[in-house]
Design a protein around this ligand. Structure first.
Ligand SMILES: Nc1ncnc2c1ncn2[C@@H]1O[C@H](COP(=O)(O)OP(=O)(O)OP(=O)(O)O)[C@@H](O)[C@H]1O
Ligand code: NI
Length: 325
């Protein structure tokens, strides 16, 4: 539980989402043999919202399109990507131009790969960024305060990225987000292979950001980490979202969860006896007419093979399933 999750439903309804992602699809044009073009669909009709002061975790397995979702929000997709759908930021259309204006300022990515840091640039210059001469001193002072808070010693400022450990690099990236007084922080897989102490420490940074009013989007395959700090969890599956649940819904046998896949993920956790689910996610080149979960679903009906269910409101969350009503 976080402070923000104690807001009443009425209060939540009144506060508008800071970021709205509406029905986006993303594909790559690929050239097969000869002049034949194929389209590889990576994200399909995905919608989600991020609120100030809240942590939304986006949980999904490797290759399901999570990083691309982050890159789509930031407007840093590769040139062969085709994006449809709309996004809104603060009530206004979030166009590619607007994304470029906000990127690194109001909307910040803590990237999955630490190679995003410039290898030839000293750490302090990367964190401070390009600033006018007259603002340099105050930015430097702020950077020092933030480094101290994140336990980065003064000598780190003069170092180059290759001289830092993975943990230090992560803290540098968090500092960069804090430096820029951002509104939205997207952290892409910020806790890979961390031990318990480092994991909790890293997660606490995001919790801290949310409590200061940032909208935090935490991308991870680690549902247990997500459950520790998030307010809501979006379950990513084969390039779309099957459910957006409240973190409190993950309890008991998963009775409050809305989608069979989310229940399966919950029951597969060590504390819930590792009950695994059969089958695998559809591949990107498989053509699907119906529900993406069709092959693994035990309650599927005829309609499920033919029509993709919409993401709809259900019991205080969202679910994409024909069988809930
Ligand atoms: N430039 C590209 N051209 C074609 N396909 C791509 C390109 N970039 C990514 N993909 C495909 O899109 C899929 C989704 O990639 P993405 O990096 O978003 O996955 P992810 O969910 O972040 O995975 P992970 O958890 O391993 O980071 C991958 O299967 C990848 O093959
Ligand atoms: Ni990724």
């Amino acid at each position: 539980m976080t402070d923000t999750s104690q807001k009443s439903d009425e209060e939540k309804e009144r506060s508008e989402a800071l970021l709205k992602v509406k029905d986006i699809s993303l594909s790559f044009i690929q050239y097969a043999s000869g002049l034949r073009q194929t389209e590889l669909k990576v994200i399909s009709n995905l919608s989600m919202e991020a609120y100030s002061g809240e942590i939304l975790a986006v949980v999904g397995s490797s290759g399901s399109g999570k990083s691309l979702l982050a890159h789509a929000i930031l407007g840093i997709l590769p040139s062969n990507a085709k994006l449809s759908g709309t996004m809104e930021y603060n009530g206004h259309d979030l166009s590619q131009k607007k994304k470029e204006e906000l990127r690194g300022k109001e909307i910040v990515l803590i990237p999955q790969s630490t190679t995003y840091l410039d290898p030839l640039m000293r750490i302090s210059s990367q964190v401070i960024g390009n600033v006018e001469e007259k603002n340099k001193d105050s930015r430097k002072k702020l950077q020092r305060e933030i480094f101290q808070k994140y336990d980065l010693k003064p000598e780190v400022e003069k170092m180059f990225p290759h001289e830092l450990s993975g943990g230090m690099i992560r803290r540098v990236l968090v500092s960069t987000a804090v430096m820029n007084s951002s509104k939205i922080v997207i952290a892409d897989e910020p806790t890979p292979g961390l031990d318990e102490k480092n994991l909790n420490e890293t997660l606490s940074y995001f919790k801290d950001m949310a409590s200061k009013g940032y909208a935090v989007i935490l991308i991870t395959h680690d549902i247990e980490a997500a459950l520790k700090i998030s307010d809501k969890i979006a379950i990513f599956y084969a390039g779309t979202i099957l459910e957006i649940a409240n973190t409190d819904d993950f309890s008991g046998e998963g009775e409050k969860l809305r989608h069979q896949y989310t229940k399966a993920l919950w029951n597969a956790l060590p504390q819930n006896k590792f009950r695994a689910i059969k089958g695998h996610q559809p591949m990107q080149d498989e053509v699907l007419d119906g529900c993406f979960f069709y092959e693994r679903c035990t309650t599927r009906g005829e309609v499920c093979s033919k029509c993709v269910p919409e993401l709809k409101l259900f019991n205080g969350g969202m679910v994409r399933c024909n069988n809930v009503s």
